[in-house]
Design a protein. Structure first.
Length: 197
């Protein structure tokens, strides 16, 4: 890889390290607030199901915004950058994974493999299934429309949870989920059961 990196003179090393210092503040407050608003809007969504349309739509919009934010929380905690300790990041990642039907250890395996092989067909799990590149959605309108519904992603996640709960059986893991390292199968199994519970 022929990459060139720019060295900035805008910030000193000491200043940069100070900005990168990990802390529980303000992540704890934001995570608790996000969780409470998501639970409240989800409750309102269920309670207003047959009530006034405006209340249901408002609750749906708030819940949707919280859901997007919960994925951002899952992403940052999987990287270990949201909180000051590894254990706090792991707990928050697990909770964020529940909100997205995504065991955090499974997300971590997929996402870190994506970082190692970004845009490499057959290796980047975000554009591949197993060891094969997925067809481009832009050149297949029916596939594109199906992805807009969210159904393929939901089915993919449900299958990952089920296979994860079964311990990612070797042949299936090698064919469909090659990004899951054998050493992580137990963690994936335990978290998959936790998400299903």
């Amino acid at each position: 890889m022929d990459s060139q990196f720019h060295t900035s003179t805008q910030l000193s090393k000491e200043t940069l390290h100070g900005l990168m210092a990990r802390s529980h503040y303000p992540a704890v407050g934001k995570f608790v607030l996000l969780t409470l608003v998501m639970l409240a809007s989800g409750t309102v969504l269920v309670l207003t199901w047959s009530g006034p349309v405006w209340a249901w739509v408002l609750a749906l919009l708030v819940f949707g915004a919280c859901s997007c934010s919960a994925f951002a929380a899952l992403h940052e905690t999987a990287h270990g950058t949201a909180f000051g300790s590894r254990s706090a990041n792991r707990v928050a990642a697990f909770l964020g994974g529940i909100a997205h039907l995504y065991p955090s250890s499974l997300f971590r395996e997929l996402h870190f493999t994506h970082h190692r092989h970004t845009h490499e067909p057959g290796k980047d799990p975000e554009i591949s299934l197993g060891h094969k590149p997925m067809p481009s959605m832009l050149t297949h309108p029916p596939l594109y429309l199906s992805w807009l519904t969210g159904l393929p992603l939901l089915l993919f996640k449900v299958m990952m949870i089920i296979m994860g709960a079964l311990g990612m059986p070797g042949p299936i893991r090698k064919q469909l989920y090659p990004f899951v390292r054998p050493s992580q199968r137990m963690a994936v199994a335990l978290e998959s059961w936790g998400v299903m519970a």
